[in-house]
Design a protein. Sequence first.
Length: 301
Amino acid sequence: MRILILARKPRLYSHRRLVEAAKKRGHEVRVVNTLRCYMNISSHRPEVRYQGERLDGFDAIIPRIGASVTFYGMAVVRHFEMQGVYSVNESVAIGRSRDKLRSLQLLARKGIGLPVTGFAHSPGDTDDVIRIAGGAPLVIKLLEGTHGRGVILADTYNAAKSVIESFSALDVYFMTQEFIKEAGGADIRAFVIGGKVVASMKRQGKKGEFRSNLHRGGSASPIRITPEERSTAVRAAKTLGLNVAGVDMLRSNHGPVVMEVNSSPGLEGIERATGKDIASMIIEFIEKNARPNRTRTKGTG
Ligand code: ADP
């Protein structure tokens, strides 16, 4: 097969591993910088171009779209979909996962466990958004944050009030969320491919840190997840329409709660923690599923 990887940094561990796995399984693989792709939008012959040539004849694309380039990256993926090229994760599903509010709404509609969450821009009633999250201590999150930046634990009502007032003044969207204390500074990343959890790890924040992000010095170890956690992760990926997803969950007193579903989950942490060859599993999934005109979205919707 001919596989195209859309990624800004070809040297990143995840991208190198995908190239390696594709080659090992006998495929032709190419990586192009998503932002360097450009498009010809004509009625009958949509083209994606790269440095003067048409990107043509691919059986599948693997979009690895970073959060900061979601808007343009989704347009490039859509343009391939318009040509009937199979995308491991479709543009619409990527868009759902990137919109934190929309994904929580979709997950809530399916009855999937979530931390109790309030959402606001510049609330007239600060007390009420604090109350929604169960009062202090509570977590306040900037909508656009990544790697745990913009995630704040407000220990007291007064701390929460001043954070919310600052965010309101800054003209940003934010969430107030029930603090899952019993998670003990750890979360679970379940890696889902084609409706199955293929690997899972526990990330533990460093001492005194409630955020478990590996970028913040957290450490990862393999974990056996419960059947309930497994089905929560699978349902969350399915609800957003993602074939490949990293589902982040917390272990709460009221069962597993989903914090986020990632549509370009990194491979480094999970492969190192579990010793599994996740890259080859993704390529195998493509082998079984990539067919022309199989994309459901056809670049619309
Ligand atoms: P980001 O997307 O920036 O990584 P997250 O929402 O995943 O932000 O939060 C970062 C980390 O903070 C999580 O991995 C988790 O360990 C911790 N955390 C986030 N929300 C809560 C919560 N409601 N209760 C307890 N811990 C939380």
